[in-house]
Ligand binder design. Structure first.
Ligand code: PHE
Ligand code: NA
Length: 449
């Protein structure tokens, strides 16, 4: 029998899949969000909970998403509906994929605003506007950017167009190419930045801040943020990895692939934190500065470094690329679904979604200026969408996906796809999906109410 293929294309090899999935995982979540939420939630204890969530919940759920996608070779909605039906359950499971599509659209609407900040900083480093800037000046510059809806809208629009172009080009031509060179380059630049951070006198303070475990600083809300971020950072709970899995070659081993992706994503986040916090401490800045953390700390560091303008420029370019490859993956499940369901062309589907996300993004960028007094539960639109998607919708999607993979889909389907070297490992994986992941996520939800 011929191997079943996705109508959208397939990755040329296991390495290309790893590259693409890592491109999705490694993004603003690692370099922008992880440091700033670690700063807001007190450091070490938060980092530890985050690492536990990655290992115990993230890795098993990533395996589940990939196996479901690869088995069905369709967009998440149809993949879940079909596998449910083949296993004698209701096709309504497809609704989980639908919720994932909504989550992706909401995330992209604020993700694109942050990516727009990055694009602005690429320009600023290129022109030398950030050269030898002080920490006060960096703060003022960032505030001025937020106060200016025209500039934010311009960069948001540019970024959405960039995403639409790649997604309409499709799996092979578009998604693959962007990741190949840029990912290794980003990693090297992070190491350069880490080297600089180690030379500052704030390095010890930064290290202790990130790795000293102080339980008293931990609230249930912080645990929820850590849990939610483990989904966000690994692109889980909304069907992205499921969609990417549907393009994965049959022979590639899911277990080792997932470990590689999880490791790379985690190491990038930790290095980003270790690069940023020493800069914060040696310049007397506030680790809890919020979403602006990266944008006020890094310019100061580059300002003091030899060839800082060059490195700064390169660094923001690479963050921009990392954001780009992630943003692409936020849209992919929805576009694949629209193509399957309505038989529209990929280009039409992508442009349509691009317009939706663009419009929603305007509400997010307004949070910092003309809509600053619009709040939901005390959060502006930007923060509210970030909180809702990362801390509620993704974990909820994750619970459903683990229940689906372990309770609904025939065990035979799972064991065919998840070719682990030992029976015991397979049983452990199923046990985690069946009990640990759903129960742990539910407990964290309940304790937050
Ligand atoms: N994982 C990406 C990041 O860390 C964000 C993302 C979330 C991408 C969900 C796709 C799906 O930046
Ligand atoms: Na990530």
């Amino acid at each position: 029998m011929q191997e079943k293929k996705s109508i959208h294309g397939s990755w040329a090899s296991r390495w290309i899949f790893i590259l693409a999935a890592t491109g999705s995982a490694v993004g603003l979540g690692n370099i922008w969000k992880f440091p700033y939420i670690t700063g807001e939630n007190g450091g070490g204890a938060f980092v530890l909970v985050y690492l536990v969530c990655i290992a115990l919940v993230g890795i098993p759920i990533m395996m589940a998403e990939i196996f479901v996608g690869r088995r069905a070779r369709q967009s998440p909605v149809n993949a879940m509906a079909e596998l449910a039906q083949e296993s004698g359950h209701t096709k309504k499971w497809g609704l989980v994929g639908l919720m994932g599509m909504l989550t992706g659209v909401l995330i992209l609407s604020f993700y694109s605003i942050v990516a727009g900040w990055v694009l602005q900083y690429i320009t600023s480093t290129a022109t030398g506007a950030l050269n030898s800037i002080t920490s006060d000046e960096a703060g003022a510059l960032f505030s001025a950017l937020l106060a200016d809806p025209g500039t934010l809208l311009f960069w948001h629009s540019v970024f959405i167009v960039m995403v639409v172009i790649v997604v309409s080009a499709g799996v092979n031509a578009g998604l693959e190419r962007a990741t190949r060179i840029m990912m290794p380059a980003l990693f090297v630049l992070l190491l350069v930045l880490l080297g600089y951070a180690m030379s500052t006198d704030g390095f010890e303070a930064g290290w202790h801040f990130m790795f000293d475990f102080d339980v008293s600083k931990l609230s249930w809300d912080a645990v929820l943020v850590a849990l939610g971020h483990s989904f966000f950072t690994l692109s889980l709970g909304m069907g992205t990895i499921m969609a990417y899995g549907s393009y994965m070659p049959k022979r590639a081993s899911i277990g080792s692939t997932v470990l590689t992706i999880g490791f790379l994503d985690t190491i990038v986040a930790l290095i980003a934190g270790l690069a940023i916090f020493p800069i914060i401490f040696s310049n007397g800045m506030d680790p809890a500065a919020g979403p602006g953390l990266m944008f006020i700390s890094l310019p100061v560091a580059f300002g003091q470094m030899a060839a800082g303008q060059f490195f700064g420029f390169l660094f923001f370019v690479l963050i921009g690329v990392a954001a780009w490859t992630s943003a692409i993956s936020l849209l992919e499940p929805t576009v694949a679904y629209l193509v399957e369901k309505f038989e529209v062309s990929r280009t039409k589907a992508t442009i349509g979604m691009g317009i939706v996300v663009w419009a929603l993004g305007i509400l997010c960028l307004g949070s910092f200026n003309f809509m600053s007094d619009v709040t939901f539960f005390g959060k502006n639109t930007f923060d509210a969408l970030d909180y809702l998607t990362a801390n509620i919708m993704l974990p909820l999607g994750g619970i459903f996906i683990s229940i689906f993979a372990a309770w609904v889909v025939k065990q035979k389907f799972a064991s065919d796809e998840i070719n682990l070297s030992s029976e015991t490992l397979f049983s452990v994986w199923r046990f985690i999906l069946k009990f640990i992941a759903p129960v742990a996520v539910s407990i964290v939800f309940i304790l937050n109410l």
